[in-house]
Design a protein around this ligand. Structure first.
Ligand SMILES: [Zn+2]
Length: 222
């Protein structure tokens, strides 16, 4: 035993500095239930992220294997009720799932329009009026199909003591990125809600061109 400080060891993945800084935790009642909300500052992007945390039916806080939704901010879908995507209904369903089963919704800001930002997203919508799909519209603007990054989400989960999760998602890329950032995904739980006439083509593109795990036919009422 020694009182000397431990030597700096070669960087192990788990010893990497966190991308997020915990700021505050408070209780917020919502129309979906009462949750603990934990705010984080992203030290890389400057964005604020929120972890919405629900205890399980037995009152215990989320632990390894907990149900987790890693959700990207979507102003148009969540605030204005846009029918061009399914983000609003997905967020509602995710909050209801963690309310009922316990778990976490990690809400990532700076992810508007799959990470290209609000103005670029509306520019892409404008191109979609001319017939481009959601993927080609981004590419026509010289932007990546998906610019989202999940290092912050992984660090938020680690801060909550979670190293393995059940992921509420249809997006295999999200799973791959979380695993690359050291979070084990023991199961992917599909989240197919909010399908309608205005976003059927959008969801078909996500399935056929971006690898999302969605049913073959997404017609309304299916
Ligand atoms: Zn959306």
């Amino acid at each position: 035993m020694t009182d000397l400080p431990a030597p700096t060891s070669p960087a192990a993945p788990s010893a990497a500095p966190s991308q997020v800084r915990f700021e505050v935790e408070t209780t917020v009642p919502t129309t979906h239930g009462t949750f603990r909300m934990r705010a984080y500052a992203d030290t890389v992007t400057g964005a604020d992220h929120v972890a919405v945390v629900a205890s399980g039916p037995d009152g215990s806080p989320p632990s390894d294997g907990a149900l987790v939704r890693v959700h990207s901010e979507c102003l148009t879908g969540e605030t204005f009720g846009s029918l061009k995507c399914e983000c609003g209904p997905q967020l509602d369903a995710a909050l209801e799932a963690i309310r009922d089963h316990g778990g976490v919704v990690v809400y990532l800001r700076g992810h508007e329009g799959r990470g290209i930002g609000l103005v670029a997203k509306l520019r892409a919508y404008r191109l979609q009026e001319d017939g481009l799909d959601t993927l080609d519209a981004n590419l026509a603007l010289g932007l990546p199909a998906d610019a989202r990054e999940y290092g912050a989400a992984a660090d938020v989960l680690r801060d909550l003591g979670l190293s393995s999760i059940r992921l509420l998602s249809n997006n295999p890329e999200k799973r791959r990125q979380l695993e690359a950032h050291g979070i084990e995904v023991v199961e992917t739980v599909p989240l197919v809600v909010g399908v309608g006439a205005f976003n059927e083509g959008y969801l078909d593109t996500k399935r056929d061109r971006m690898g999302h795990e969605l049913p073959g036919h997404l017609g309304t009422g299916a």
